[in-house]
Design a protein around this ligand. Structure first.
Ligand SMILES: NC(=O)c1ccc[n+]([C@@H]2O[C@H](COP(=O)([O-])OP(=O)(O)OC[C@H]3O[C@@H](n4cnc5c(N)ncnc54)[C@H](O)[C@@H]3O)[C@@H](O)[C@H]2O)c1
Length: 341
């Protein structure tokens, strides 16, 4: 297959491209505007591809913005894509509250256009990056794919609206099929430290803890110690980025083997969680640094617990996680932070 990966120069997309290069025979084209993705990441992926090169496959990078509809149409006309894995999006929740239109335009409008291009140019398979944020402040734990969706910020809404566009398109167009993956808390980096999360202003807990451990920040905040959880701090389902990536490869196989799945939605997490305090302590342990943590009041919009029920992905996609180890997640995040700092 020839797989188009939008956002492949970013954090999660690059780990999926790595696995497409190393663990499949597919050709890959990355399309990215490098707004938060990096040219260095593309160069690292190119190197990996050259080590796994065969005459029957290709690796291409196209610098383009999904908002440029006529250029996207041209790119789809000039290439023969078989599948789309769509990562490109804006992902910072507080920014989505301050500037919702940026998020609706980049996430929902540009996603709708790229789906339109798929239908127009007969690209029949799509994998979409959705998020546990679609569940909002879920009333049950663990959350199942059937748990009611109720986003509590514009970012979550942009993703849920995109899911709806995908569902309606699958229903109306026989030749178009999709898998929607709802990611939980993605963290860690390539275990060989070749790629990782390079966006300096990321708000993710493990990234921030790693930045604090290496002295890039002089302290970090712990938001709220009065939740109804095991130690009063929020609990989340942290998944290593390479396990999340392998779910995409399984989803691609699933789309390839099955005719009409219309679309199918899967939670991708480990099905158990750690508290914020536990994660901070693990980062202190693996780094050997007792960095400063400032205890501050709760942040608006943080649910107490968000843990996945991942049984559907395990059963139907035959997805088997291999890195379910919070120390390894923290250690790989820390090693990468040292590399990019
Ligand atoms: N990181 C997480 O914890 C997390 C959790 C749930 C869902 N997701 C979803 O996973 C996907 C990837 O997230 P990430 O963490 O890798 O983010 P990222 O910012 O590292 O990657 C996004 C990539 O998309 C590119 N991009 C953005 N807008 C574009 C546009 N208009 N045209 C072309 N390229 C564009 C960026 O340059 C970047 O390379 C996103 O859709 C995000 O919503 C991420």
């Amino acid at each position: 297959m020839h797989v188009l990966v939008t956002g492949g120069a970013g954090y999660i997309g690059s780990h999926v491209v790595k696995q497409l290069i190393e663990d499949s025979n597919h050709s890959v084209t990355i399309l990215d505007n490098l707004s938060t993705g990096h040219n260095e990441t593309v160069e690292s992926l190119k190197k990996m591809f050259n080590n796994h090169k065969t005459t029957s496959r290709e690796f291409n990078f196209i610098k383009a913005d999904l908002a440029d509809f006529s250029n996207i149409d041209k790119i789809f006309s000039e290439n023969d894509f078989d599948a789309l894995i769509h990562f490109a999006a804006s992902i910072v929740v507080p920014e989505s509250v301050e500037n919702p239109l940026k998020y609706y335009m980049n996430n929902t409008v540009n996603t709708t256009n790229v789906i339109n291009q798929c239908v127009k140019h007969n690209v029949g398979k799509m994998i979409f990056s959705s998020t546990a944020a679609v569940y909002g402040d879920a009333k049950e734990s663990p959350v199942r794919e059937t748990t009611p969706t109720a986003p509590i910020n514009p970012y979550g809404w942009t993703k849920l609206m995109s899911e709806q566009v995908i569902k309606d398109t699958c229903a109306a167009h026989e030749g178009f099929d999709a898998v929607i993956l709802r990611y939980f808390n993605v963290a860690g980096a390539d275990t060989l430290n070749r790629i990782g999360q390079s966006f300096p202003n990321a708000t993710h807990l493990i990234k921030v803890a790693a930045q604090t451990a290496i002295g890039q920040r002089n302290k970090m905040s712990l938001f709220g110690e009065d939740y109804e959880t095991k130690d009063g701090t929020c609990e989340r389902d942290y998944i290593h980025v390479d396990d999340l990536a392998s779910a995409h490869l399984r989803a691609l196989e699933y789309l390839d083997k099955n005719d009409k799945i219309s679309p199918n939605i899967f939670n991708v997490g480990y099905g158990h969680g750690f508290s914020v305090a536990e994660v901070i302590n693990t980062m202190k342990e693996v780094s050997g640094v007792n960095f400063k943590v400032e205890k501050v009041p709760r942040r608006a919009g943080d649910p107490a617990i968000l843990i996945s029920d991942n049984s559907k992905a395990k059963e139907i996609l035959q997805w088997t996680p291999a890195f379910d180890d919070i120390k390894l997640i923290c250690k790989t995040a820390l090693d990468w932070e040292k590399t990019v700092s």
